[in-house]
Write a protein that binds this ligand. Structure first.
Ligand SMILES: [Zn+2]
Length: 643
């Protein structure tokens, strides 16, 4: 993920905009008076947390992402906005050094090896005697169906010291490559052997689906350890990966809840049975980076952990890690809610489920779906567990003990959104600690939350954070198409004129900066357009002087053109036509999006009881959009032909 994507993911657009615009929540979105034009009676400015965008449907008739807002609001250029928002998101901006490029290339190679290892381990599972035994274990003992096994890429590592070593050597990889991919273990004397032997192999993937490593589970119950993971490497950073998130994120978002379980099968089996919003921190306590990943999809968490003492300690440790991170992040005074800091945690809902009969989540789900549902629905605020653990073995008649425990638990009460629930928990704590409830109210006055509140930026309205801050895959799609168009134009800038002529012949406007909704792309487009309106340099030289596209163009495949001159010309024209088609395609997506957004604003106004006459401008706007969409639909329905 590049810095710009990372900034967009970490910062909450509602947070940033609400510092200068008073926003009112309306369903998933927020409306307010546009800060860029003189306000009329009705708000025409809307923020869409789902897409991470804003739009003014009034006089300005423009919109964009978080960068465009800050640039416009502060009157600064992209570079300054990038610095400002990176600082706010706690991201260090680093230029792409040759070392970094080399590292990226290395990571790509290692990932390729791991993907081939998935195939190798699958083959072992399906085609060898030992593998078939492992497979029947999966099916009979763990309830894993063949389709599930395939979807998760489960495999079998043969009981051999050199099967993997030889397999990959034969494929032409060096021993160093195979070690770095995490598939071999290297002894001090330089001898190497297969890291995973006679184990069930579970591919571990990043949120994006890219492979990062493997988890290997024993088949022979006497083998130790029960689980071996890939070693820490440039691909595998255990504390930054949530197992299953690549497959669970959609469900987490739609359920608005993430269930955190301990093991791999605790994720895989429930997923198979229709409970898809489960992830696992892979046997360790939750790490800060893992929480940050999850927070993009929901702020409601249930930890479904083992009922034994170890499980409970892990729960508390996880909570402590999260809180430690929060305090640390809270030092960024700029931040209001988007980041994991104390303030934002107050809005998170963290609960714990205790599992019955010493069973794991996968066992419960297989036993009874409804039972699992009930357990998750009845998850209780983490406060019960913390209090229970803190009280255990302590003399709660000792006033100092009472006070210590109270000061640790009371901040958790603040985490709970509902005042009624808050009162109930305060009563519960009072009963447990045998103190007067009022004394607990007083203790809470001096807790760190109050101090932090004073640091809040003045005039910032208090609104709930959006539950889904991350951008949708549609936004990713738009971003990709924009970049494809730019990749083409940066190589053939003068072809812009040909595309413009084609667009105009279809009653469409020429390519403009407005075609690029992601500000980083707008900036590159600006340079390309500038290259055409200056006459001091060749446009391509101008582009290369003004923007470093070395990283940019490698993101796309530009296959070499054929040698033959005639074929070469044909291939060039096809690329040109493809670029023109992409321009229309991205406009179509954006227009559909805008129609949806405008409909939202119209409905919102009706809900607010505003009279219809005010909405005339919106109606005119809608007619224009629908007309535009009609033209695009028509142009896209036929093959694009440019000569
Ligand atoms: Zn406006």
């Amino acid at each position: 993920m590049n810095n710009i994507d990372e900034i967009k993911n970490r910062l909450d657009i509602v947070d940033v905009i609400s510092e200068s615009v008073k926003l009112r929540r309306s369903g998933k979105n927020y409306t307010g008076f546009c800060p860029f034009h003189a306000n009329t009676r009705t708000p025409a400015f809307v923020v869409f947390p789902d897409t991470g965008t804003w739009r003014c449907f009034g006089e300005c008739n423009e919109g964009g992402d978080i960068f465009r807002f800050v640039m416009k609001k502060e009157g600064i250029d992209f570079k300054e906005a990038l610095k400002m928002l990176a600082n706010r998101a706690g991201i260090q901006l680093e230029p792409l050094t040759p070392q970094k490029i080399e590292r990226n290339e290395r990571a790509d190679l290692l990932r390729k090896i791991l993907e081939e290892a998935v195939v190798f381990y699958r083959h072992q599972l399906l085609k060898t005697d030992e593998g078939l035994k492992a497979r029947s274990y999966l099916q009979e003992k763990r309830g894993i169906k063949p389709g599930t096994e395939e979807a998760w890429g489960l495999g079998y590592a043969p009981n051999s010291w050199d099967a993997v070593l030889n397999h990959f050597k034969r494929k032409g990889y060096t021993v160093r490559d195979i070690i770095d991919a995490g598939l071999l273990t290297e002894k001090d004397d330089g001898k190497v052997y297969d890291r995973f032997r006679h184990r069930l192999m579970i591919p571990i993937r990043e949120m994006s689906g890219k492979i990062a490593g493997f988890g290997g589970r024993v088949l022979n119950p006497n083998d130790v350890p029960k689980f071996i993971n890939s070693p820490q490497s440039i691909l595998f950073n255990k504390s930054a990966i949530m197992f299953g998130l690549d497959k669970a994120r959609k469900a987490i978002r739609s359920a608005n809840q993430a269930v955190i379980v301990e093991g791999y099968f605790d994720v895989i089996v429930p997923h198979q049975e229709g409970f898809e919003n489960l992830v696992s921190p892979m046997g360790t306590a939750l790490a800060e980076t893992q929480m940050r990943l999850l927070k993009r999809f929901t702020r409601r968490f249930v930890m479904a952990l083992d009922p034994d003492a170890a499980g409970q300690k892990a729960t508390i440790r996880g909570l402590e890690v999260a809180r430690g991170a929060l305090d640390h992040e809270g030092d960024l005074v700029f931040n209001a809610r988007g980041l994991l800091h104390y303030e934002s945690r107050l809005k998170a809902d963290l609960r714990v489920s205790t599992l019955p009969d010493n069973l794991d989540p996968d066992e419960i789900v297989l036993r009874n779906h409804d039972e699992w549902k009930t357990i998750i629905e009845n998850a209780q605020p983490i406060i019960y567990h913390v209090l229970e653990t803190l009280v255990e073995g302590q003399d709660i008649d000792d006033p100092r003990v009472k006070s210590t425990i109270a000061s640790q638990v009371l901040p958790l009460v603040k985490d709970i959104a509902s005042p009624i629930e808050r009162d109930a928990y305060r009563q519960y704590i009072a009963r447990t600690l045998k103190v007067d409830e009022r004394s607990l109210m007083e203790t809470s006055v001096s807790n760190p939350i109050k101090r932090r509140k004073k640091q809040k930026i003045k005039g910032q309205p208090s609104i709930n954070p959006p539950l889904q801050a991350a951008r949708t895959s549609e936004q990713e799609n738009i971003n990709r198409i924009e970049k494809e168009i730019l990749a083409f134009l940066s190589i053939e800038p003068e072809h812009k004129y040909k595309i413009d002529r084609f667009l105009r012949s279809n009653d469409l406007s020429q390519i403009s900066l407005n075609d690029f909704k992601h500000t980083e792309n707008t900036e590159i487009a600006r340079i390309i357009f500038d290259s055409l309106s200056q006459d001091k340099q060749d446009p391509i030289d101008y582009i290369n002087v003004h923007v470093d596209l070395s990283n940019f163009t490698t993101e796309f495949s530009h296959p070499p053109l054929p040698e033959d001159n005639e074929k070469k010309e044909n291939a060039k024209i096809r690329k040109l036509e493809e670029a023109a088609r992409l321009v229309m395609q991205v406009r179509q997506i954006n227009t559909n999006q805008e129609i949806k957004e405008l409909r939202f604003l119209q409905t919102d106004r009706i809900d607010q009881g505003n009279d219809k006459s005010v909405d005339k401008t919106l109606q005119i706007h809608m007619v224009e959009l629908i007309k535009k969409r009609g033209l695009l639909d028509r142009a896209l329905a036929k093959p694009v032909s440019i000569d």
